[in-house]
Structures are given as structure tokens and as C-alpha cells.
Design a binder for this molecule. Structure first.
Ligand code: PMT
Length: 406
């Protein structure tokens, strides 16, 4: 499963560092090319020679121990990694990563890396539950770091509680699943709408909303990374457009409807994350409205409901809607799912801290016709998008050469 994957294994200084040796061995057996970085404290628990022997590569301990003058080791390691795996990840290492500290080889490599990071924490239960550790993990999660939860059991410090490093077999499985996700939507055509719409009433003034496009972009990027052919229909957004997909720019709800209609027949999956205006001005003045005394009354008419129109037309497409709510989330989401004939709906309480418009994180509740399927706590929009698409992939089965792995 891991053939050809280059994994940087960061082993940090907890008693569970000894399990890092078994983990290294299993990753190598699964076909991965493993390069180990140990912190100074990790090297007090396990001899670097053990890891060198198991990985069949030199172990990195010191940023300044440059062996090849043609490269800078931490940059070289960071650039070539398909994945950085921190196991065990101590509270200290997580804190340093959250703060962006690069005072050792592991910290410098992590700061230079653009590859994904998976961390398997291991520590005393009180350290794990300390507000600082919780906050650091939340911050790292919002930046895209994924976590493999520690297990509950006898800890080296004597407590029987949560904090044990996940078993090496579980960690290898999680890594395999992570790489397998790259195939989950292979051969699928996915259409995502993102951002807000703009409804003009004169050449310089319009009605819009707070959508930044981040949620839709995160879904589109996750679909692309899962192997799908993606079309992104983007309204008004405040983010750079993602690469590796077809982009259709639109402004109004009407333009979004036309764009969605034009690609719908060919699509396998449509995700409507855009915040579409429900009303638009009846008249669009050709020249800038002049200020007159008193009040201005703007007459509005309903826009077309794009999601409902697609729901009526669908022939085998898997349709995912969003429901942005500020009250009675479940009830309104289920109502929209039924009325708009969706297969899944993502209930988004936009009044909740860490969720909704503009931010980098979201917390959503996903429903199908039978009710709640999954409730996702605050996490990066990218992770939420990936979790949503995994649910979709499970439901539609595979089209590409490799089947879905849930
Ligand atoms: O872009 P971000 O800043 O990251 O913010 C993300 C988000 C909050 C916009 C996103 O997570 C979200 O909740 N999107 C849906 C916003 C919305 O318009 O919800 P709604 O409950 O009003 O609409 C329900 C569904 O019908 C949505 O899928 C919407 O795209 C669709 N709709 C609505 C009106 C309309 N005329 N046509 C539609 O297709």
C-alpha cells in the first residue's frame, strides 16, 4: 500500500518512542521509504542506531549535522516528503509546531514542509487534557494537521486513562487510508459551487453576502486530491482560486443557475456550498442611482432556486446541498433536504463559534433522508470537506480501478 511513498517519521521524546521503532519497521515492510528525525529527548529513550537499522537510512538528530554539502537537510527532507508522521507526538512538540518554532531538526523540517502532517499524540492524560494542549491541537487541526487519537489504557506514569500512543498497526492503517483517499473519487466528475452571488441594482451597487468561498474551495480541492475531475463554479469570493480544476466564474444567481445547468448532465456528484441570493432587485438601473431625499425602496423578486432545480432534474447524480441556519438547524436542514431532493445535506449553524462564513474552520451536521449521518466538530474546512466527500464516496461506490476505503 505504501510503495513509493516517502514518509518522514518524527519521533519525539516520550516513553512511547520505543513504539516508534516498531512503527518504522511496519512502514518499511509496507513499502514506504522512511526517513527518521528524532528529537534530542527521543534519543534518550531509543538508540538512533535502532531506527537507522530499521529504516535503512541515516537518522537525523541535529539541524547542523549537514552530511551532504549540495543540500540543506531539513529543506531537502521537507520538500521530498509525501507525508510527515509524528509518532509519538509529545505535548511539547505539538506546542512547538503550533507556535512555529524551528529550534531543532524536527521543528525546522516541519516549518519548511508543505506536505501533509499526521500526528499521533502520546502523553499523560492531564497533559493531553490541558487547555494549552487542547488549544494547540485545535489550532493545528484548523491548519490541516490530522490526528490519530491516543488509546485508553495503562499509561507509563501509572494512570489508567487516555494518552497511550495508538498501536503501530493502527497508525500504519491510518497512513494507508490517508494515501488511499487519493483514489476514492477516481473517474468521478464533481461540480462544486462556492462563494456568494452578486445581485446588482445599478452599475456600482449590489446585494451580496459574507461567503468567502473557503468552504466550497476546500471541498473542490479535497475532491481533486481524491482523484476526481472537478468543475468549480465560483461566485464572489475573497480567496485565490484553487488550481487543478476547471473554473467557471459567475456573478448572479441566474448566472450560477446557467453554469450549473450546463455541467449537470455530465456530473456524478454536485455539491452546492455557495451562498446564493434568495432575492434580487426587480430593476437593474443602467446608470448610477441618484440620491433623492427620504428613503429608497428597493423592490426584490425571488431568484431561481438552483439546488431545487437540480434536484428536480437529477438522473443518478448525487446531490449535496448546504443549509446555513441560525436556529433549529436539524429541522430546517431536513426540510431543505426533502424539498430540494438532495441525497445529503450539510447543516451549518453559522452563528456558532468557529463555524460558517469566512473563517478557516467549520462545524457541520450531515443528514440523509433518514436523519443525522455524522456530526463534525470544529475542524478545518479542508478536513470537513474531505469527511463529507468520504461519505459521498461510500454511498456511490467506486468507478475507478480501486474501490473506496472507508
Ligand atoms: O464561503 P465561506 O465563507 O467558507 O462560508 C461557507 C458557507 C457558510 C457559505 C457554507 O458553509 C454554507 O452554509 N453554504 C450554504 C449557504 C446558503 O445559501 O444556504 P441556504 O440555507 O440559504 O441554502 C440552502 C441550499 O440551497 C444551499 O446549498 C444553497 O447553495 C442552495 N440555494 C439557495 C438559494 C438559491 N436561490 N439557490 C440555491 O441553490
Amino acid at each position: 500500500m505504501l510503495q513509493g511513498k516517502r514518509i518522514v517519521l518524527g519521533i519525539t521524546g516520550g516513553i512511547a518512542a520505543y513504539k516508534g521503532a516498531a512503527l518504522c519497521s511496519k512502514l518499511v515492510q509496507a513499502g514506504a521509504e522512511v526517513h527518521v528525525i528524532m528529537t534530542e529527548s527521543a534519543a534518550k529513550f531509543v538508540a538512533p542506531l535502532t531506527l537507522q537499522t530499521l529504516s535503512r537510512h541515516p537518522v537525523y538528530l541535529d539541524t547542523f549535522d549537514e552530511r551532504d554539502p549540495s543540500v540543506v537537510s531539513h529543506i531537502e527532507l521537507a520538500d521530498k516528503a509525501d507525508l510527515i508522521l509524528l509518532a509519538p507526538a509529545t505535548a511539547n512538540t505539538l506546542a512547538k509546531l503550533a507556535a512555529g518554532l524551528a529550534d531543532d531538526m524536527l521543528g525546522a523540517t516541519l516549518l519548511a514542509a508543505t506536505s501533509p502532517v499526521i500526528a499521533a499524540p502520546a502523553m499523560n492524560v492531564h497533559m493531553y487534557e490541558h487547555p494549552a494542549t487542547v488549544a494547540n491541537m485545535e489550532l493545528l487541526g484548523s491548519r490541516g494537521v490530522r490526528f490519530i487519537d491516543p488509546g485508553t489504557g495503562q499509561l507509563a506514569c501509572g494512570y489508567v486513562a487516555k494518552g497511550r500512543l495508538a498501536e503501530p498497526e493502527e497508525i500504519v492503517l491510518a497512513v494507508e487510508r490517508y494515501f488511499a483517499a487519493g483514489k476514492l473519487l477516481e473517474g468521478r466528475k464533481v461540480v462544486v459551487t462556492a462563494g456568494g452571488t452578486v445581485e446588482r441594482f445599478d452599475p456600482v451597487r449590489y446585494l451580496t453576502n459574507d461567503s468567502s468561498g473557503k468552504m466550497g474551495f476546500a471541498i473542490a480541492e479535497a475532491a481533486r486530491d481524491m482523484g476526481a475531475q472537478v468543475t468549480l463554479i465560483a461566485g464572489r469570493v475573497s480567496q485565490p482560486l484553487p488550481g487543478g480544476m476547471k473554473i467557471m466564474r459567475v456573478e448572479s444567481a441566474q448566472e450560477m443557475l446557467e453554469a450549473a445547468n450546463s455541467v449537470f448532465d455530465d456530473a456524478d456528484i454536485v455539491v452546492k456550498a455557495a451562498a446564493v441570493a434568495d432575492y434580487r432587485p426587480v430593476v437593474r438601473h443602467a446608470s448610477k442611482l441618484k440620491k433623492t431625499g427620504g428613503t429608497l425602496v428597493l423592490e426584490l423578486e425571488k431568484t431561481a432556486d438552483i439546488l431545487a432545480a437540480l434536484g428536480e432534474r437529477k438522473k443518478g447524480q448525487f446531490l449535496v446541498g448546504f443549509a446555513a441556519e441560525t436556529e433549529r438547524l436539524d429541522e430546517h436542514a431536513m426540510d431543505k433536504l426533502r424539498r430540494k431532493n438532495c441525497d445529503l445535506i450539510v447543516g451549518n449553524d453559522v452563528s456558532m463559534e468557529g463555524a460558517g462564513f469566512n473563517g478557516d474552520t467549520n462545524a457541520v451536521r450531515i443528514f440523509d433522508r433518514d436523519g443525522l449521518v455524522e456530526s463534525l466538530p470544529v475542524m478545518s474546512k479542508r478536513d470537513a470537506g474531505e469527511r463529507l466527500l468520504r461519505l459521498v464516496a461510500e454511498r456511490i461506490g467506486s468507478k475507478g480501478p480501486k474501490g473506496p476505503i472507508s
